[in-house]
Design a protein around this ligand. Sequence first.
Ligand code: ZN
Length: 302
Amino acid sequence: MGLNETYTGDLLAPFNKTRVPSSKGSKEVQDFVINEFISMNQTWTVELQNFEENGYNFTNMIFGLGSNDSYLILAAHYDSKLTPDGFIGGIDSAAPCGILLYLSHFIDDIITEDAALLDPVLLENFTGVKMIFFDGEEAFNEWTTVDSLYGSRYAAEKWGDDGSLVQMELFVLLDLLGGDEPIKIPNYSKSTRVFYKTLQKIERKYNKFYGESHKIFENSVTSNLRIADDHTPFLERGVNVLHLIPFPFPSSWHTIEDNYRHLDEKHIHKWCILMCEFITKFWNPDSIAIHPLKPKIQDLNS
Ligand SMILES: [Zn+2]
């Protein structure tokens, strides 16, 4: 289904600043993301989880559409690491946040009109979706179980207590994506291998269409590797998780070099397309997402 061009403008540039919890940059990014959802066609629910820990104020942002009893979750963290000074976190996770916004617009559009015209099966099967922008993923000092994952630990506990974790059909976490190095993502979980395979298939098609040879999803054998990330508190509580993080990590990880100069527009475009089709196939396996327009990413070098 087609996408209209109005929102392919600047979804990434607003994240190009330090976004340490409680900071001015963090607040500016929150305002931008909230306004982006308010500007959409559908009335998305807005849940802000504010809490204090370790002397910092944190705010998780959750935006929902459709059923409150059953939904797909797409998540990334919007905070940036306190050190090194001036750390931007282009892949960690400015680009994944921009991709989440792009996907949100895509879902908003197909629910608003395109699905009814082009894909009634999808519209009929659509349950609900929640987009989560976590705060406080990064440690302030050394990474420990109590100095990291502030936002996701808070949310998983809250939703564990009120019973909403069982409503999550699948929890997809995007992290360290959109950089200029070629990456590999192994399959981290047996229980969600079927979704990994769906992405493999979609990538095969993408690569054929765009004449590309590099495969991100190469190996569906389940890796024993467990990478601590915002999915961890959910995984520990039995939620089905698809963890989309490369291994090995890109070389810029947690260095000052993880900035917008090392983002790659083509790679970000690929993620937008892969995930748009993944989303439509989640509700209609026969669906084809034709064809998200190329997201314009401005300010890549600022
Ligand atoms: Zn990080």
